[in-house]
Design a protein around this ligand. Structure first.
Ligand SMILES: *Cc1c(COP(=O)(O)O)cnc(C)c1O
Length: 371
């Protein structure tokens, strides 16, 4: 749809390529990369992101749900696509039809996939998910033998991968990661002892890819780092933000001292104040918790959100910005000149992580791609 409102997300595909290469440089040359593009590539747009990364050399793609895999297939992405969350009952035929790889961790899943694959006369490509301590999805030790027997007996199910997921990869020195690694290695040994030879062995998200815990694996699964999110608290990796959220000043008004601003009058002008209204609100993903505490950039200068963030509007105190005018560009996320609002800074203010900041920018905001 044509956009009539200046509010938009700018996606810097060069920054995406840069981050891809930063990851490649930390990876051993024989490792492959599964680029995680679930949740519409963390809000960046799955299809343009996957096309860019396919061209850059990403080997596989990771999605959370069937619909996301189908979207990539419909866009012509031909590399393997892994459904990280596994298939739910009823999804098996479509998974098999479109050659989606699936994470599996229950006998019942295997039975349903086996049935659907036989009916389709095709193979189903499975990555066995081991719960090594995340406590979310995955096979526990007690069930491993039964699962392996199923694979050994099945012709339609191909065990092409084995995987696990770390719970504390962003704290590299935490002992849990080493425990999970050891657990995963034991499971892998068991799989091999049973005579199964998975091609892809993987455990590492972005943080783990940068922390030397990928030993014994041959594939990494970064997501956030591709988008320029910093996986560690110290924020020192040379990653570039990919997403910017921008709009323009729609309306300016001078208010006298003592005036209240926005719902609840949670901002009271302490001086003669120039207020800018910008057409962005919580319906766009500009979190209401940024009321009276968000930061935006106008003419390369940091300004503060004044009062409550509304559904479609946010007010900024632009009193200190010289020559400010209607139509001036406003940056709510990303950089303008030397100043930046980082997703991590935004996230800290609303008590979340950069991932959620990216994912929350809503569908109402059109994405513009800079090649
Ligand atoms: C989302 C996800 C990833 C990517 O994690 P990042 O922290 O964004 O790098 C990797 N593996 C699995 C199983 C995931 O669900």
């Amino acid at each position: 749809m044509k956009a009539y409102r200046p509010t938009h997300v700018a996606i810097d595909l060069d920054a995406l390529r840069h981050n891809y290469h930063v990851l490649r440089e930390t990876m051993r040359p024989d490792w492959r990369m599964l680029a995680v593009v679930k949740a519409d590539a963390y809000g960046h747009g799955a299809v343009p992101v996957a096309r860019t990364l396919e061209e850059a050399g990403a080997d596989l793609f990771g999605v959370a749900i069937v619909e996301e895999g189908l979207e990539l297939r419909a866009a012509g992405i031909t590399r393997p696509i892994l459904m990280l969350g596994g298939p739910w009952p009823g999804q098996e035929p479509v998974v098999i039809e479109h050659d989606l790889h699936v994470a599996v961790f229950e006998i019942e899943q295997l039975q349903r996939l086996e049935h659907a694959a036989r009916q389709a006369g095709k193979s189903c490509f499975c990555h066995l998910k081991i719960d090594s301590g995340m406590g979310r999805l995955g096979v526990r030790d007690e069930q491993l033998d039964e699962v392996l027997r199923f694979f050994l007996a099945s012709e339609a199910l191909q065990l092409v991968g084995i995987m696990t997921h770390f719970a504390l990869a962003d704290c590299p020195d935490h002992p849990l990661t080493a425990q999970q690694q050891a657990h995963f290695k034991r499971a892998l040994a068991k799989v091999r002892d049973a005579g199964l030879i998975p091609e892809y062995i993987h455990s590492s998200n972005s943080a783990a890819t940068f922390s030397d815990v990928n030993g014994g694996c041959n594939l990494v699964r970064p997501g956030i780092a591709l988008y320029g999110g910093q996986p560690f608290e110290d924020r020192t990796l040379p990653l570039e933000p990919v997403m910017a959220l921008r709009t323009e000043i729609a309306h300016l008004k001078q208010l006298p001292t003592g005036s209240g601003v926005s719902y609840g009058h949670r901002f009271i002008a302490q001086r003669p104040t120039l207020i800018a209204a910008i057409p962005v609100g919580y319906a766009d993903g500009y979190n209401r918790l940024l009321s009276n505490c968000g930061t935006a950039l106008v003419r390369g200068q940091k300004v503060a959100v004044a009062g409550t963030v509304c559904m479609d509007w946010t007010l900024l105190d632009v009193t200190d910005v010289a020559n400010v005018q209607c139509g001036d560009r406003v940056t709510l996320l990303g950089c303008d000149g030397d100043e930046c609002v980082l997703a991590e800074q935004w996230a800290e203010k609303v008590g979340t992580i950069s991932y959620e900041v990216f994912c929350q920018i809503s569908k109402r905001v059109p994405r513009h791609y800079q090649p």
